[in-house]
Design a protein around this ligand. Sequence first.
Ligand SMILES: C[S@@+](CC[C@H](N)C(=O)[O-])C[C@H]1O[C@@H](n2cnc3c(N)ncnc32)[C@H](O)[C@@H]1O
Length: 436
Amino acid sequence: MTKNQKTLSVLFILLFMTNSNKRVLKKGFKKLQLKTVERSCLILRKNIDRKTISLQMYVNQSLIQYSRDEDLFLDIQQMTDEEYEQFLKNKDNNIVNVESFKDDGDTSRFVFIIYSGGKSNHKTMQQEELIKILTNNPNITKYFEPFLGGFGSVYNSLSVLLKYGVKDIFLSDTNNSLVNCYRQVQRNPKIVQKWLASIDIEYFRLYGKYYPDTKDESKEWFEEIHRRFTELEKSKKMNPKRAAYFMYLNSNTQGGMLNFNMKTKLNKMHHSFCSKKVKRVPLLINKVEIFHKIFNMGNIKFSVCRYETVLKKVNNDTNSLVLLDPPYVKYEEEKTSDNILSCSYNYGINNFNHRQLLTKMKNSQCHFMYYNNHNPYIEEFSQKHSYKYIKKDVIYRNGKEGKKSVEIFMVKDNSKVTSNIVNNVDFFKEEVQKVS
Ligand SMILES: C[S@@+](CC[C@H](N)C(=O)[O-])C[C@H]1O[C@@H](n2cnc3c(N)ncnc32)[C@H](O)[C@@H]1O
């Protein structure tokens, strides 16, 4: 694999596609961004009581705040205040901002939402294994991820899949608010952006500032948004407002930890105060802009579904590749119950049955890749069936103290099922964070 392939990323492809003729500022852009946003703030204040217009202005202002497009700033500098006001009101400005975000390695990550167990740390390893499978099996035409979570592992795969012509990508999770969020950003990004803007604009109308300053203020606002979000979940409405609130709550929660109740289908998130995070609505608006483009690459379909249904569908399909990233088994646990029911973090979904999943994988005709914590039972299983078993030392940093663990990546490539236990401890030794 060449160096270029190693750093191949979705954003790079995007950049070439949408931005090849843009002049990107390398230096001095922060000053320009600040000056331009200060100017738009004054215009926005005059329009703050105009419901729809103020939201559109806030969306545009947020995109400008992160842009590094030299021509955009030159254009705005030459505008009169009236012209700039018209520009801010326009919903079709196409303010491209991909260059502002880094995405060029295993450590430099750009994530859509913060998610416990996100796999953006394993990009290089996952891409290498994926390339091997796709090279060995040119018949593969479909890709499935039934434990979608924070899109981290899909993100790792996406550029490689598209390069190898695998366009039909089926992504699912049992958490309906999570899936709604992806779907809305894929289909209705502008409305999601406006609902995000409404969070800060409403706060401004109430308190004369765009976001809370203190922990108490922030908690109170978080709980208000959570209350509205729960009402939407109860109403079962899959809409852009619910997606925007989900993104806001996720962004103000410790490590993106959520608790999803399988019975009630409700998510519970806990407030965590960070003076930077409360100011992140403009960043979230930018994420919607970028990930809308990413979610429309290839034929990506998002659905609410249990993994069992997906595996049933692909059971006899030799043209499918499935990446499985279930809730993790507890690393420390050497002796587990027969079904390995324990999870280090279960997303509120109790008693995930790991043995059942492994059995289904074994009986299936499709190819698969599988993440988990290292566990003696799983290693034994991989040896027995000649699946590749890659170990990777990691340090979880969810809080101050680092905690050692070993994560594994298991691969079943039907064209090449040979006994292949790889211990990559030295090669991969690195510190990574538990959360993406
Ligand atoms: C480890 S996370 C996936 C992380 C993801 N690969 C990433 O990189 O961000 C596991 C996900 O599985 C989902 N899940 C748990 N049990 C499930 C089930 N029975 N069917 C489908 N999804 C399930 C959870 O909601 C959670 O989002």
